[in-house]
Design a protein. Structure first.
Length: 245
């Protein structure tokens, strides 16, 4: 079977799964009563939301109330306007996101989108992005997994907040040089080369990037730079989690 065929088949299987399988809690995977999409009552106390003080730029928790920015944003200033992450990147969410990403659990997207709506729905509406743009994955990864988790998440979120999703703007190419061979500065440049805008000029002025996890921000920053170079004025981001690893 060709890889294109394989990826199409995986997508169809995922669609069917979504149609026939009742929604489950993304953490314990128990079927939810009443067919509601959410994290179940037993798992809810196990997840940790972000508490103030948080970085004015990326939204990551910081330990010093006197500080405005986290160490990552201070060392490497960011060109996006602001980030709206929903939760801490800790267990049991960590494991759940691995399943969401690599093990065909694309149906978790709805629960996670709801967590973003609960924590930052108002902020996102206020930021007023014209579209949500999922951070793209390379075609070979897409073929292996059958879906891009960021795109599935963006679609759920867009449906809740009534914001369109555009997955045609950003594309991911292959990194020509392996990241591990490079120093920090070169890594960022290399990552920027990995994202391309399909159109030389993007028609949007204000957009919001969507990804599952935000760590140091190098991916979001690389996407921001590409979009700004193509004419976008303001870039925001939202993610399920934010954390150090
Ligand atoms: Zn649960
Ligand atoms: Zn920050």
């Amino acid at each position: 079977m060709g890889s294109d065929m394989g990826s199409r088949l995986k997508r169809i299987i995922n669609k069917i799964r979504t149609l026939f399988y009742p929604p489950v809690c993304p953490l314990c995977e128990e079927v939810l009563k009443g067919g509601k999409t959410r994290i179940c009552d037993r798992c809810r106390p196990k997840i940790t939301y972000l508490t103030e003080p948080t970085c004015l730029k990326c939204g990551k928790e910081i330990d010093d109330i006197e500080k405005e920015y986290c160490d990552d944003c201070k060392v490497k200033p960011k060109s996006f306007v602001k980030g709206f992450p929903a939760m801490r990147y800790r267990e049991p969410i960590k494991r759940s996101i691995v399943n969401f990403k690599y093990h065909n659990k694309s149906t978790f997207a709805d629960c996670y989108a709801l967590e973003i709506v609960k924590t930052h729905g108002k902020d996102i509406i206020e930021a007023a992005p014209e579209v949500l743009i999922p951070v793209p994955v390379h075609k070979s990864k897409l073929e292996k997994r059958g879906y891009n988790q960021a795109e599935v998440l963006a679609k759920s979120l867009g449906a809740y907040l009534n914001i369109p999703v555009d997955n045609t703007v950003l594309k991911r190419t292959v990194n020509t040089t392996p990241q591990k061979l490079l120093d920090n500065e070169e890594r960022q440049k290399n990552l920027e080369r990995a994202f391309i805008s399909d159109k030389k000029q993007v028609q949007y002025k204000r957009i919001m990037l969507v990804d599952d996890i935000y760590t140091t921000g190098s991916t979001i920053e690389a996407c921001t730079k590409v979009l700004k170079a193509a004419g976008v004025k303001e870039v925001y981001f939202t993610s399920i989690c934010i954390g150090k690893d």
